[in-house]
Write a protein that binds this ligand. Structure first.
Ligand code: ADP
Ligand code: ZN
Ligand code: ZN
Length: 803
């Protein structure tokens, strides 16, 4: 990435707030260490560090008896002087202020709320590429000699042979008379359009060629060359394919329908009023993105920036393009960026160059200087919760950040989390509910049919049929009409249950309390059971499948299902079908995934078969059939949200059908057709589902009516795990006493999956109707050494994963 050679007093990276004022030497600063020590430490600013140490700067400080250098961030300036034992800052690691004041505030909130050391939070707020200063180096800069103009330089240039040097000279003539970074762009090359047009490395001319060319120009007296620190001026604007015309013109193609128009009006009013949270509950295909775009337009027109969060899996070129064709400066923070690109984007965002930032969870930390709006698309997605420290929920962080900035938040979904729906529908202060009840062009919602897999008619054709006769007929009809289908089974592999018929035992993972899943090998014969692997989906361990039981040597039987098995059945029932399997086994990189999606989009594939990856957000107008092989995969999980997840997955995947001009059909296979959750998904009626589910939750005090904190305790030895679990429970029990009924402590008990990767797991839960007493109590527990053993005790506030 680009560098910034300036000292802080020259140009603070994020401008100069009072906090960014340089510290006088001799004072004490507070430093949060990345190493996860749960308090800030005092360090003195030694002589010679004037103007270099400020809040938000990354420093190296001595730690412990051995004074080992450790990295951390200055989080506060004090007016205290050093005591006799105060150590001094060793060095300033990076001259830039990496954490602007608002992000520091946010990091503190995350650290407090999610029970995580501030240094750990900061460590994940700042991308690794920025910390490592990737791409920051002294770079060659070139300019016309003597500030020379056409008259002086043209004749010299005319004498040169055609080639890179001459081209470079001509290029410089056409540019502003100043220092230019010597890179491919100078030669007029557009950066290759990166994934989604996010960034893109320089062009075809190698830097060696460029340097030779520039040196030739220097020799001729045409140019001057100098190696300089990169400066602010070098920050490349975020590039993408040029927008087709201006923003206004881009909208002409789409006229908002009345519901969208009303939504934009109401949301716009909220936006202008400062902080608010609006839940945009819009059925699948209702055109939520169009609403976001209009709001972002208002934000950009007001000179502010918008952050758009989408689930990682939805961050496809197709999604990104919807934004880049409307707005000139979109920064896309996707996992495919190189470190240099990531650093570049971060810096460009920090300078306000990007109007719109799109990214997954961590994009909520994008350092936009003037936040106007955060959109959280598909806000119900569980991937917004990070499953390692800091265990933050990006939606909740977004709300905090927006509140502090006086910005608006729009949460969008066809199946919102019950947490958000409850707040928006019950009129919590600052929350609004906006409903889009129809599809954008009034297309009918797809018709959902249930197939009861217990029905003897379905079963009688011998063996297990994964594709019911009804689904088979529907698929035939779809293909005959030249349309496309999506087939969902939210389970990868061939069979998730490998079973010995004699001992009646399934094969378990040696290290986890789960059954192994059989994955068929590429050239494996259907009945031979050789060459495939048994995989554990928790510890990711693999072993070769032996066809016979280890205990009794009987033949093993495959039971249960997986996408590979559906693939096999599809191939045998539809030999000529052009289809692809899309799951994390076949989609090794994001490129694989994008290629399959675009082949499907172009009609070169008739069917996509896969896991929940396929259920998300896609807009393929050719899809008229969606088949769900089993609606039951999530139902039996021991998690109070399993109903909500099932409803959401069914509704989302059903929503892929019938988005074009032809009505969609959805065939849902299930062994539990009478299950209320499945029944309610039939009618696309989120509100009825949610209201029922909320009543149940209220009765038992589950979120959103109660708050939860989970302590997960793990050890390789069961007795040690149990002891530690009991210790944590004792500690928490004692602390909870003074809160009476407002906090309950449950456990210790073994986790639903009581062993993962060789670790026995125990859990202790806190529950209570209100988060405040729980938070107060957690604060009081903060210094407890037992809870500092991060290897063995994890604290998860508002947990999403309960297994
Ligand atoms: P959602 O995110 O609510 O599922 P999308 O934003 O993907 O829906 O919109 C569904 C489709 O409808 C997209 O192809 C979009 O371009 C189109 N669309 C959205 N609004 C309109 C409109 N007002 N008129 C016509 N088409 C629209
Ligand atoms: Zn056996
Ligand atoms: Zn395992």
């Amino acid at each position: 990435m680009q560098t910034d050679g300036d000292d802080i007093e020259g140009a603070g990276w994020f401008g100069k707030g009072p906090e960014a004022a340089p510290v006088a030497t001799g004072r004490v600063v507070e430093v949060a260490l990345e190493r996860g020590i749960d308090r800030v430490l005092d360090y003195a600013v030694p002589p010679g560090f004037d103007g270099k140490v400020a809040v938000g700067v990354r420093v190296k400080v001595p730690l412990g008896r051995g004074n080992t250098p450790a990295s951390g961030y200055v989080t506060a300036l004090t007016d205290r002087g050093p005591g006799p034992k105060t150590k001094s800052v060793l060095e300033v690691d990076d001259k830039r202020v990496l954490i602007p004041a608002d992000l520091l505030w946010l990091a503190r909130w995350i650290g407090d709320y999610y029970f995580c050391p501030l240094g750990t939070v900061l460590g994940s707020v700042i991308p690794a590429a920025v910390k490592k200063q990737t791409g920051m180096k002294r770079r060659w800069m070139v300019r016309l000699a003597g500030g020379g103009g056409l008259e002086a330089v043209s004749p010299l240039l005319a004498t040169m042979r055609a080639g890179a040097a001459k081209r470079l000279g001509q290029r410089l003539l056409g540019l502003e008379k100043k220092w230019h970074l010597l890179d491919g762009e100078l030669m007029g090359e557009e950066g290759g359009e990166g994934r989604g047009g996010g960034g893109g490395e320089g062009g075809e001319v190698s830097s060696a060629t460029l340097l030779t060319a520039a040196k030739a120009l220097v020799k001729k007296g045409v140019a001057e060359l100098s190696k300089q620190d990169e400066t602010e001026a070098d920050v490349k604007p975020v590039r993408h394919k040029p927008a087709l015309g201006d923003v206004g013109a881009m909208n002409e193609g789409v006229e908002l329908n009345p519901q969208q128009r009303e939504a934009v009006e109401r949301l716009g009013t909220s936006l202008r009023g400062g902080f608010s949270v609006s839940l945009l509950l819009g059925v699948t295909g209702s055109g939520k993105t169009e609403v976001y775009l209009r709001l972002i337009e208002q934000v950009v027109a007001a000179g502010k920036q918008a952050i758009v969060l989408v689930p990682e899996i939805s961050l496809t070129p197709q999604t990104v393009r919807r934004f880049t064709t409307r707005f000139p400066n979109v920064a896309v923070l996707h996992s495919g960026l190189t470190d240099t690109q990531r650093h570049q984007q971060w810096q460009a965002i920090g300078r306000g160059v990007a109007n719109v930032v799109i990214g997954a969870r961590s994009a909520i930390f994008a350092p936009v200087p003037n936040l106007g709006l955060v959109v959280v698309d598909e806000e119900h997605e569980t991937t917004y919760k990070q499953d390692q420290a800091p265990r933050y929920h990006a939606r909740d962080v977004a709300i905090m950040r927006a509140q502090k900035a006086g910005a608006g938040v729009v949460l969008g979904s066809a199946t919102p989390s019950l947490e958000s729906y409850q707040k928006a529908s019950s009129g919590v202060k600052g929350w609004h509910l906006i409903h889009l009840t129809e599809r954008a062009r009034k297309q009918p919602m797809p018709k959902i049919e249930l197939v009861d897999m217990k029905d003897p008619l379905v079963r009688k054709r011998g063996g297990i049929q994964l594709i019911s006769p009804r689904l088979e007929v529907a698929l035939k009809g779809t293909l005959a009409a030249g349309k496309q289908a999506i087939i969902l089974l939210n389970r990868r592999g061939y069979s998730n249950f490998v079973y010995c018929a004699r001992c009646k035992q399934p094969v378990h993972c040696k290290y986890c309390d789960v059954t192994l899943t059989y994955h068929r090998g590429p050239n494996e014969q259907a009945d031979a059971l050789v060459g495939g692997t048994l995989q554990c989906h928790y510890c990711l361990g693999q072993q070769t499948l032996k066809p016979n039981c280890e205990v009794c040597s009987s033949k093993l039987v495959l039971f249960g299902l997986g996408t590979q098995r559906v693939e096999e059945e599809l191939t045998s029932k539809f030999p000529d079908l052009k289809f692809a399997r899309v799951d994390s086994d076949t989609m090794r990189t994001s490129r694989d995934y994008e290629e399959r999606l675009s082949e499907f989009s172009a009609g070169r594939l008739q069917v996509l078969l896969g896991t929940q990856m396929l259920a998300k957000g896609h807009d393929f107008p050719g899809v008229t059939l969606v088949g769900v092989i089993s609606a039951d995969t999530a139902l039996s999980l021991p998690d109070f949200r399993s109903g909500e997840r099932t409803f959401s997955l069914l509704t989302q995947v059903a929503g892929r059908a019938g988005r074009g001009d032809d009505t969609g059909t959805v065939v849902v296979q299930t062994f539990n057709p009478e299950e209320p959750v499945i029944q309610s998904a039939l009618s696309h009626d989120y509100v009825t589902f949610a209201d029922d589910e909320l009543q149940t939750r209220q009765r038992v005090g589950h979120p959103p009516f109660g708050r939860m904190v989970r302590f997960i305790i793990r050890d390789q030895e069961l007795p040690a795990a149990q002891r530690l679990g009991a210790d944590v429970a004792d500690l928490v029990h004692a602390a909870a006493k003074e809160y009476g009924d407002t906090i309950q402590v449950i456990g210790p008990h073994p986790c639903a999956i009581n062993r993962i990767a060789g670790y026995h797991r125990q859990s202790v839960e806190l529950r209570g109707p209100d988060s405040r007493p729980i938070q107060t109590m957690l604060r009081a527990l903060r210094g407890q050494p037992l809870l500092q053993r991060h290897e063995s005790v994890v604290v998860d506030v508002d947990p999403v994963n309960l297994l």
